[in-house]
Design a protein. Structure first.
Length: 110
């Protein structure tokens, strides 16, 4: 994973490097016996922790891209069965859509 992270940092626009990192993360999750539901819950919980933290000001004076105000909630599209090969078998779709639903529920309730 560290090798892939270095390659991704060297080529930030190369989506294939990000895909390689994601494949390694999924493999590590499976080997550890962690279900998609468990990892999704952990991601939602970690997001809440991160949102409550006090972050230092950026050194260059510019807001970080991930904390800039967005004109509307940025939520990924729902994944459907159309055009997805093999992702239902590994549970990816369930985890993706559960995480998406959690993001939407946060925007709707606040």
């Amino acid at each position: 994973l560290s090798k892939e992270a270095l390659e991704t940092a060297a080529e930030p626009g190369d989506l294939s490097e990000l895909a390689d990192m994601q494949f390694l993360l999924w493999d590590a999750q499976r080997r550890a016996g962690i279900t998609d539901k468990q990892i999704t819950r952990a991601m939602v919980e970690k997001l809440e922790i991160n949102k409550s933290r006090q972050w230092p000001e950026p050194k260059d004076g510019e807001p970080r891209l991930h904390i800039k105000k967005h004109p509307a909630p940025v939520v990924p599209e729902e994944i459907t069965a159309d055009g997805i090969i093999g992702m239902h078998e590994c549970g990816f779709v369930e985890g993706w859509n559960a995480c998406r639903a959690a993001m939407l529920s946060k925007w709707i309730t606040k």
